[in-house]
Unconditional design. Structure first.
Length: 426
């Protein structure tokens, strides 16, 4: 399950706890798992994903899924917590419904998830086929990348990650198929949703998750499936377990919890910025440690810590007396490649969506959110995740790009990418 720290970072994060093969015990596991799509920096009681991690709030939401609730019932469930009914309204979790309160955001029941999974599984290969019909065009674009040994991984990052995931979400919003993310006063822009655990959908090989942390110069991203979590050699994922586990015992004090999270993020971001400077320098040309040290105006301790960090995770490697990149890295010189790949992918997705959207809506008319009166655009963000997830799985199996789950890979289920922050705006 995604941790709260990753929710503070940049990217798209789909809650995939429904991939678990176990049904939670009544009083020992969450009743809901919550994920976001977008950019969120809010913490503590200002963070809906934190509030929705509280079991009493989960009880409120699940009761409200069955129908609007009266104020007294909600207040009784929240008694003894730091959360109020007004908080749930302000965060967009509940909405007034006459003199009662209804769910205000997307909640996917087990049955909803199974229905989406089944339908998406039948549509995903068609989307993959649309991309495969342009295989020669994508191959030609990838030949413009200077590292032939990394082209297959880069194709995965650009097509499955930047194009189908990030730009696919933009495109479906622009076409009116997907609800636009909410813009918050602090600058955050995201949608959040909850899944009821226990759907038991097999998510291995559905590459529909991205985790990112931006730096002033370079952004670090991992793209992969839910089974690859924890991504122990990926940035920013490697920070998540130690940082989140360390503040776990602070959850009873949301103010301290949020403040500590913010402090960790600030200093992690500083380290990531240093690592990004090193990666950018090595991507420009292999360099010795002494040459890097002369080029980069970093304090000794920070320089050596970031260099060891990148080498230990496999982002750079020694080649003779120099370091070279060992994962796909996109710098500003690669902008034509990025722009062309996204433009071609967007053309393919727009044509496919125009052809298939209405039948998708028809096939999923029984979703609980739709029956409750929400437009199909509300669950479509998750529908699209599943559809392109099955497409990415098909493309990997067909050799369109690297198969992240192929036997022998050290980091099964995901591919890292480091990219110049100016190249793409989420």
């Amino acid at each position: 399950m995604p941790r709260h720290l990753l929710g503070l970072l940049l990217g798209t994060l789909l809650s995939v706890a429904h991939a678990s093969a176990q049904t939670p015990a009544p009083d020992s596991a969450p009743l809901l798992h919550t994920g976001i799509t977008g950019v969120k920096t809010a913490t503590g009681l200002a963070d809906p994903t934190f509030v929705l991690s509280m079991r009493p709030v989960q009880h409120v939401v699940l009761d409200a899924v069955d129908g609007p609730l009266d104020a007294a019932h909600i207040d009784s469930l929240l008694h003894g917590t730091t959360v109020t009914r007004a908080d749930l309204v302000n965060l967009g979790i509940l909405r007034p419904w006459g003199d009662r309160y209804a769910v205000a955001y997307l909640v996917l029941t087990r049955e909803d998830q199974r229905a989406i999974y089944k339908v998406a599984k039948s549509y995903g290969p068609s989307l993959a086929g649309a991309f495969e019909s342009h295989q020669a065009d994508f191959d030609r674009l990838m030949r413009g990348y200077s590292r032939p040994d990394l082209r297959s991984e880069l194709a995965f990052d650009l097509v499955a990650g930047m194009a189908m995931n990030w730009d696919g979400l933009k495109l479906t919003t622009e076409m009116g198929y997907r609800s636009a993310p909410t813009k918050y006063p602090n600058g955050d822009v995201y949608l959040f949703h909850s899944n009821q655990p226990g759907a038991n959908n097999a998510m291995n090989g559905l590459y529909l998750e991205s985790h990112s942390i931006p730096g002033p110069r370079m952004t670090f991203t991992t793209y992969g499936d839910g089974a690859s979590i924890p991504r122990l050699h990926g940035i920013p994922d490697v920070f998540d377990g130690p940082a989140e586990d360390g503040v776990e015992n602070l959850k009873g004090d949301p103010e301290v919890y949020g403040a500590t999270q913010n402090e960790l993020i600030v200093y992690i971001s500083e380290g990531v910025a240093d690592a990004g400077d090193i990666i950018a320098a090595v991507a420009a040309a292999p360099r010795s440690e002494s040459a890097l040290r002369r080029q980069l105006p970093l304090p000794d301790a920070r320089f050596h810590a970031s260099l060891r960090f990148l080498e230990a995770l496999g982002y750079i490697r020694r080649s003779g007396n120099s370091y070279e990149i060992a994962v796909p890295v996109l710098t500003t010189r690669d902008k034509p490649l990025v722009d062309s790949t996204i433009a071609l992918s967007r053309h393919i997705m727009a044509a496919w969506l125009t052809q298939h959207h209405d039948s998708l809506e028809h096939d999923l008319a029984g979703l609980s959110s739709v029956r409750a009166g929400l437009p199909f655009a509300s669950p479509f963000s998750e529908v699209w995740h599943y559809v392109f997830g099955f497409a990415t799985k098909s493309l990997a199996a067909d050799g369109f790009y690297v198969d992240p789950s192929a036997p022998g890979r050290r980091d099964a289920g995901y591919v890292p990418l480091v990219w110049a922050t100016s190249l793409y705006r989420m």
